[in-house]
Ligand binder design. Sequence first.
Ligand code: GDP
Length: 340
Amino acid sequence: MPCCSGCRGRAKSVPADSRAAALVEAARDGDARSLARLISQVENGSAELRPVMAAITPYPGHARVVGLTGSPGVGKSTVTAALVRAYRALELRVAVLAVDPTSPFTGGALLGDRVRMQDHAIDRGVFIRSMASRGHLGGLAVAAPQALRILDAAGFDVICVETVGVGQAEVEIASLADTTLVITAPGMGDSIQAAKAGILEIADIFVVNKSDRPDAQDVVRDLRNMLAMARYSEGAWKPPIVSASATTGEGIDELAGRLDQHWEWLGESGERDRRRLARAREEVSAIAVAEMRRQIGGLPGQSRLDDLARLVSGGKLDPYSAADELIGESAFNSYGPSTS
Ligand code: GDP
C-alpha cells in the first residue's frame, strides 16, 4: 500500500512505521497470517518490533492471560485444548502461546502440542502458536511479554500461555499470567517435588489432572496437606485444587469457574493492576538491558567486545578494565555520567 503519492508502486520504500501499522491493522481484522508474522518478528527479535509496539499501543485489549505450567506429561496441552473448547462454547476468542524457555530452538514437544491442538486449527476464533526465543537478544523475558501485547491488541478474550519443561525460566514465564495453573498428575513422582521447588508460590489454581486414574486422590491429598501448612493473610487468594480429566473434559467446567472467580478477585483486590504494573516494569528493564547488550556488542563475532574478550582470555587485560572500556565506548554512556 503506498504511503504517499511519491512512494506509489515502490513497495520497498514504504517506511517501517507504515509497514508495522498495516500489519497490526490486518492482525486486528482477524488475519491469522499477519498475526503469525508479528509473532515471528517477536521470536526473531526483528528490528520491525519497535514500530510494531508503537503501533499497538493505542489498542490495549482486554485479554485475560492464563498460564499453564507443570512437568512434561502431566497433561498441559490436553488441559489447554479442553479449556479452549470451553471458552469457544462461550464464543470467546482464544489464543494459545506455547513457549519453550529451555531451548533456543523449537523442539519436537511443541510440534506435538500443535498437532494435538489440531481440532481447533480451522476455527477462526482460535490462534495457536509455539514460540522459542532464538535470535532475540532479550530472550523470553522480552519476547513473551511482546507476544502477549500483540495477541491482546489483536482482540483475543483469553490467552493461554503453555510452558514446556520445569525450571526457573518456566516460573518467570508463568508469572506473566494473570492466573497461573500449576498442573500435576498421578504417576509423576516428581510433580509435587517440582511444585515444592518453587512452582508452588506461583500457583493460583492447582489442577490434578488424570483424575480418572485411581491414584489421583493421593495427589490431591498431598497437595491439600501441603496447602494446609501455608499461611495466608486476610483477603489473600487461597489456591483451590481442581480435579480434572482433560481427556474426557471432566472437571473443566469447574476449572473455568475457578478461573472466573480468580479473575474477579484480581479485579476486586487490586492485584490485577499490581501484577500488570510489575510485569511492565520487568518488560521495560529487560528491553533496556537487551538494548545495552546490543550496543556493547551482545552477539558474538561483531564487535569490540570480541577484541576485549580476546585480551582478557589471553591474560593481557583484566575483566574490570575491559568492562570499563566497553561501557566507556558505548552510546548509552551518553545518557549521563555515573555519580559514583
Ligand atoms: P504435557 O506434556 O504436559 O503437555 O502433557 P500432554 O497433554 O501431552 O499429555 C500427556 C499424556 O497424558 C498424553 O498421552 C495424554 O493423552 C495423557 N492425558 C492427558 N490428560 C489425561 C487425563 O485426564 N487422563 C488420562 N488418563 N490421560 C491423560
